[in-house]
Design a protein around this ligand. Structure first.
Ligand SMILES: CC[C@@H](C(=O)O)C(=O)SCCNC(=O)CCNC(=O)[C@H](O)C(C)(C)COP(=O)(O)OP(=O)(O)OC[C@H]1O[C@@H](n2cnc3c(N)ncnc32)[C@H](O)[C@@H]1OP(=O)(O)O
Ligand SMILES: [Co+2]
Length: 133
């Protein structure tokens, strides 16, 4: 894995969270994008070399709605950049990690993504991201 690609934060109200994080980071949102397959709407901010992804649920069965119902707003996942997501998925599967999708899914910000179950990674939901070229 190359580096942390983004940190995902689950929020109740994206518009309000954008105002808060733009003030906090002193940096504007550079992209908002709905990902219908995940039932989320996202907003991205840059903080130096790092990215923050704010996520609001667009449906009650969204993973974000379920997370907030159980744990409240907060850090939802850490995403790591990889060069070859299929190879990395195979490596992690062989190491015994539980992958939440068998083939890469289309994520936000022009990425292929795959999730690792938080029970496999000490209570942290991990996302693998590969840029779509
Ligand atoms: C916008 C696209 C993309 C991007 O490009 O960046 C995204 O980031 S999309 C983000 C939203 N999508 C996802 O999260 C997809 C993957 N997530 C899932 O498949 C599920 O949310 C889950 C992780 C399997 C949890 O679903 P749930 O129905 O609750 O599953 P389980 O019953 O198997 O497990 C429950 C267990 O896990 C704890 N949990 C749930 N979510 C998280 C989390 N984000 N971080 C840490 N722990 C989490 C939950 O509290 C339960 O724990 P126990 O109560 O102790 O059993
Ligand atoms: Co993400």
């Amino acid at each position: 894995m190359n580096k942390i690609e983004h940190i995902g934060i689950a929020v109740n109200d994206l518009k309000k969270a954008v105002i808060t994080y733009e003030k906090l980071l002193n940096s504007p949102v550079y992209k908002t994008e709905e990902v219908a397959s995940e039932n989320v709407i996202t907003a991205f901010l840059q903080c130096g070399p790092n990215k923050i992804e704010l996520l609001e649920a667009t449906a009650i069965d969204s993973p974000i709605a379920q997370f907030i119902a159980k744990k409240g707003e907060g850090i939802h996942h850490i995403a790591f950049e990889v060069d070859d997501i299929v190879a990395e998925m195979a490596r992690l599967k062989k190491e015994g990690f539980v992958l939440l999708n068998d083939i890469p899914k289309h994520g936000a910000d022009n990425k292929w993504v795959c999730f690792v179950h938080p029970k496999s990674s000490n209570g942290v939901l991990v996302e693998l991201c590969q840029e779509i070229k």
